[in-house]
Every structure is written in C-alpha cells, then in structure tokens.
Design a protein around this ligand. Structure first.
Ligand code: BG6
Length: 478
C-alpha cells in the first residue's frame, strides 16, 4: 500500500517554553522588572491581567510564582540535556526583553543578559537543537509601563525595534527562526498580559487596545524588516492564539457570529501576513470611532514586511451562539472562554479537547494565508500524581498529544505546509493563566508546588519515552 501520510523530512519536532514561566532569577544579572513579574497567584491576578488593577512593584504578602519559576536560568544545561535525550530538533523559548534592556529605554544593552542567551544558544548547538525564539512572550519592562503607558505609546515601537535589532545582531549566526509577539491577539482579551496596558478611569478601552495593537503591528513589521536585513536566511513569523469558533447551530446568525469572532483574531494575522488592514476592520474602526494614529509610512512598513510563516498555539476549538440561553453554558479556554460544545469533553481546567479542530484550524490558516505554518504550542494541562514508585503514568497526556499529532499528519496530507511542532511546556512550568504549578504540561516532572515548595528536581514521566519515540520515528509511531 502506498503510504499517504507522513511528516516531511526535516520536520522540526520539539517543545516550547517562555522566559517568565521557566527562567526565574527575575532580578538576577541586571534584569529589570517586567509586567509578568507582577502577576501574583490568587484574587488580584485576573484584575491585573485585564489592566484593571495597576501594579508597579511586588506587593507584600503576595506570592509571585514566576520569580523563581523552575529556575531554568540556572538549570538550563540539565534541562537541555533531557530535551536532547528526547531527540528535540528545536526548542522554542523567549528572550526576556528586560534582561537585554532592563528598563526598556536604556542607551546600552545589559551584557550579562546578552551573554546568558549566548550561552544558552551554544548549549543548544552542542546537541544540534535549533532555537526558535520569541521576542516578546507577554513581557514588557515595567519601566515602560510607568514612563510611557506601555504599548499605548508610539515610543514603544522604536524601543522594540532597537531591542529586536540588538538581539538579531548578537545572535545572527545562532538563531534563524524567530517569532515577534506571542499570541498577539491576547491583547484584546488580557490587555496587561498582551501589551502591558493599564487602563485609566474613564479611558475608552477599545480605542486604547486597537491603538496599542497598531503599535505592535508596526513594531512586528519593523522587526521582520530588521531580521531580513541582519540575519541571512532568517525566518521571522507571527504568532496567533488559534482555535476556530464553531457556530452552535446552522442558524445564519450563529454562523455569522462565529465568523466575526474568528475575525477578531485574524485581524492581527491579516495585517502581519497580508500587509494591510482587512476591510472588516476598517468598517469596525469607523463604526466604533476608533482612530489608529497612523504615521505617514506605516502602511508601507506593514505592506513591505510581512511574515515568513505563521506560528500558532492550538489547545481547543471554541463555540459560539447568539441564543442568550445557550450563551449561559460557558466553558473556559486559552485566552478566552466560549460556549460549551456538547460534542466534546473538556480538560480539568475546562479547556475543550478537540483534536480534529487542529486539522480544521491548520487548513483554515493555510487557506487564508498560503504561508507555512508552525504549531508552536499544543498540549494538555493536567494534574500529575506520582504512583507508588514515584512515576507519573500520564497516559491522558499521551492520548491528547497522540490524537492531535494524528490529525496534524492528516492536515499535512491535506496539503498544508507545516514546518514543525513544539508542544507546550515539555518540562513543567508555571501556568500563564492561573500561575499554578499544578497545571502541568511536561514530559519532565518538576518537583515544585503551587506554594513554591519542592526541590525543583526533574524526573521523567511516562510521556518522555513516548515523545522520544515519536521523534525517532518522525511521527510514524504515535
Ligand atoms: C498560551 C501561552 O496562552 O498558553 C503560554 O502562550 C501558556 O504562555 C499556554 O502557558 C498554556 O496556558 P496555561 O494558562 O495553561 O499556562
């Protein structure tokens, strides 16, 4: 029989982490404070994330899980050796902007910060692991929030460009794959997380969010430009929190609503991949009195510096309804919740589990943009309990990942160009939404709990061997 589906040669298998959720060492070697350093666990967290509760320094009596995180800053060699043992071809990680420019607007970069990532990339090189680097994974130096109002202010565009040019120049021989802003559509839902936005009393929040979005989009395009100028063969991508909206029924109102909800997110990628604001956005701006404060050459910058590929996270599909009764049946999800899909199960955190949705989403993105895709996040956040021998038998995680990889293979056979797959949190890290350690994604268990207790020891879960074999067989054994 002819083999119809397989992953292409050179497919980039690996895992993905973010500086603030893994590194810890939050003020070490000259690093400045960043927005995500100010997210405590507990009650205040969500209000801060929404930009409703200002927070400019750590508060007495609050616990900030990212301050130590899993101490990747000091233990990265041990962790990378484990990733190499699984056969990783790539590791997605982010650079913390404030390690390079502690205040964000410093005249000179912090050499110790630059050196840290130099050493990290060298370590990856020892194992032939290709770095895939996100420039901004939810972190803005806090000084920029205080001084300029973060991405509300046009000033951030040039500061970000300077940061991007600095790291591109420094790592041009070490890093080829880059992403500009992690889950850029996050800005609309958790504006402090996505863009460091803190709203003032009486401020028009929608206006502020789209103004900030425009600044990020211009900054992203300028980073693409800089990357292409500085790094030979650079691949600079954008990153979307993906997962399409299904209409709850075939009622055209539901279908239209689902389409519009998808467009809230596509809005960003349309600009980054096609180089201009889509018609639906222009209408939306006009009808809602939103002004972007375009500068003269912004349109040209956006048009001429589109991304090379589209990175996306996929955890769940979403469902929407225009029926107010059905709208009551909500479930949570990555970035934002949605109506509960009656056909699908959810995770312990209420995130919808929908492997086929990954195939649908990949096809949808490919049909829309015709640019290579990269699945840069996918996985199951679950509670892991060691058995009597101290081993985590995470068959639930294996099953989740295996089902998603099976459909990803189908998407490739559908004709979708997919560069690689990095599952989220290959080693347990701090949860971005809740700050918990208990919500684990890893193949590697980290001994640390929600209160920060534990020795931070690393141990292999059952899924470790499973993923190792997936990579070894280039996805033939799933
Ligand atoms: C994405 C983020 O939103 O989902 C990651 O890019 C995050 O930073 C991941 O960790 C999973 O979300 P959570 O809340 O389970 O950590």
């Amino acid at each position: 029989m002819i083999k119809t589906t397989s992953f292409p040669e050179g497919f980039l298998w690996g895992g993905a982490i973010a500086a603030n959720q893994a590194e810890g060492a939050f003020l070490e070697d000259g690093k400045g404070l960043t927005t995500v350093d100010l997210l405590p666990t507990g009650e205040k967290r969500f209000s801060i994330m929404k930009g409703k509760l200002p927070s400019f320094s750590p508060l007495e009596g609050e616990y900030y899980p990212t301050h130590e995180a899993i101490d990747f800053y000091h233990r990265y060699k041990e962790d990378i050796a484990l990733f190499a043992e699984m056969g990783f071809k790539t590791l997605r990680l982010s650079i913390s902007w404030a390690r390079i420019f502690p205040s964000g607007d410093d005249a000179e970069p912090n050499e110790a910060g630059l050196q840290f990532y130099d050493d990290l990339f060298d370590e990856l090189k020892r194992y032939n692991i290709e770095p895939l680097v996100t420039l901004a994974h939810f972190d803005v130096p806090v000084h920029l929030v205080k001084e300029y109002g973060s991405w509300k202010n046009r000033k951030l565009v040039s500061l970000f460009e300077k940061y991007a040019r600095t790291v591109f120049t420094r790592y041009k021989d070490k890093v080829k794959y880059w992403l500009t802003f992690n889950e850029i559509n996050m800005l609309l839902h958790l504006p402090y997380v996505g863009a460091g936005l803190v709203f003032e009393e009486g401020e028009n929040e929608q206006q502020v969010k789209y103004k900030a979005a425009h600044h990020q989009l211009v900054a992203s395009a300028l980073a693409v430009k800089a990357g292409h100028e500085i790094i030979p063969g650079a691949m600079i991508g954008c990153m979307l929190a993906a997962g399409m909206f299904y209409p709850y029924t075939s009622n055209p109102d539901d279908v239209w609503d689902a389409m519009n909800k998808d467009r809230d997110s596509f809005f960003f990628i349309d600009v980054q991949a096609r180089g201009e604001y889509p018609g639906f956005a222009k209408r939306f701006f006009q009808e809602n009195g939103i002004e972007l404060e375009m500068e003269d050459d912004d349109e040209e910058i956006l048009r001429e510096n589109t991304v090379d590929y589209i990175g996306f996270s996929y955890y769940s599909s979403r469902t929407t309804s225009t029926d107010s009764e059905i709208q009551q049946k909500q479930t949570s999800g990555n970035v934002f919740g949605s109506v509960k899909n009656p056909y699908l199960e959810t995770s312990e955190w209420g995130w919808t589990i929908d492997p086929k949705g990954l195939r649908i989403t990949a096809n949808q993105l490919w049909d829309r943009y015709q640019k290579p895709l990269f699945v840069v996040e996918n996985g199951l956040g679950a509670v892991d309990i060691p058995d009597e021998n101290g081993k985590i038998q995470d068959d639930y995680r294996i099953s989740y990942l295996s089902e998603h990889l099976k459909v990803l293979k189908e998407a490739i056979y559908d004709g979708v160009d997919i560069l690689g797959y990095t599952s989220w949190g290959p080693i347990d890290i701090v949860s971005a939404s809740t700050g918990e350690m208990k919500k684990r994604y890893g193949y590697i268990y980290v001994d640390r709990d929600n209160e920060g207790k534990g020795k931070l020891n690393r141990t292999k879960k059952k899924s470790f061997e499973w993923y190792k074999n997936v990579i070894k067989t280039n996805g033939e054994d799933l």
